[in-house]
Design a protein around this ligand. Structure first.
Ligand code: BTN
Length: 261
């Protein structure tokens, strides 16, 4: 561990098992996803990882602002899958399992996954995952962006998210951040290399915060109905039953859900 109170690349490498990655650690960036997408277009290799200690323009699904103050972990990983018709929902869900397991292992907590890719601790969001794709010539790439509310930030959580978000640890520690970053990256590459077997689905279902729950279904932020979450199928679609008895398989691209209290 370095003497500095700031997380460094050397700290992360100390705990990391995955080899041949290109890792960059910055104190502050606009958005790790944005930077990594630009690097992907300039031929950065699979396994390029950007870690930032804060972001000035962190974003989530539907371009929502992602609160990214010093204290959290903001991390993006570049993947260049060889398969045609690569399924982004499966990839994102597998990454959710990787991150949820990493958090549980390091923080000794028991997190849940809210379909499709939010990680909850005590029913509050502790991590968001954003998968963004692009093309470099004919070849597709994916940037997996992971934002974890790890340690308390100087000013505490933003008023707007205080009631729905939480942090993992009570005090700031670069050593904890390094351990968590390394575990997230190791688990992510494990799940990525086992994606075809879909073995992650068992854990994804076990950790589900939504199965059996009453939910509100939204399409691009607009409520489209209330339903009960019944099942997650092998393609990670969520089978729900609306109040009028209609059953539907939800696909994550357009749809988000809220869990009723
Ligand atoms: C969401 O909650 O909708 C997803 C949030 C994803 C946030 C992460 S933080 C690292 C990466 N950089 C970004 O700008 N977004 C992702």
């Amino acid at each position: 561990m370095s003497n500095s109170n700031i997380l460094t690349k050397a700290d992360v490498l100390k705990y990391l098992k995955t080899e041949n990655l290109d890792i960059f650690v910055f104190e502050s960036v606009t958005s790790t996803n944005k930077i990594l997408k630009e690097m992907a277009l300039s031929n950065a290799k699979e396994g390029t990882v950007i870690i930032a200690l804060s972001q000035t323009d962190g974003h989530g699904r539907y371009d929502r602002k992602f609160y990214s103050d010093f204290g959290g972990i903001y991390l993006s990983v570049l993947l260049r899958p060889k398969l045609l018709n690569f399924d982004t929902t499966l990839l994102t869900s597998a990454v959710a399992v990787a991150v949820s397991n990493a958090i549980d292992e390091v923080a000794k907590r028991s997190t849940k996954i809210k379909w499709v890719n939010d990680i909850l601790l005590d029913n509050k969001k502790v991590c968001g995952i954003l998968c963004e794709g692009g093309f470099c010539g004919d070849d597709g790439f994916f940037v997996m962006g992971i934002g974890i509310n790890a340690c308390p930030t100087v000013n505490g959580l933003d008023d707007q998210i205080k009631n729905i978000a939480t942090t993992l640890f009570d005090t700031y520690s670069p050593d904890i951040l390094a351990t968590l970053c390394a575990r997230v990256i190791d688990n992510l590459f494990y799940e990525y290399s086992h994606l075809k077997s879909r073995e992650f689905l068992t854990t994804y279902r076990q950790k589900s915060a939504v199965l059996g729950k009453k939910i509100t279904v939204l399409s691009r932020g607009e409520i489209i109905g209330k339903a009960t979450a019944l099942e997650i199928d092998d393609d990670c679609r969520l089978l729900v039953e609306f109040e009028n008895g209609e059953k539907k398989k939800l696909i994550s691209d357009e749809i988000s859900i809220k869990i009723a209290n």
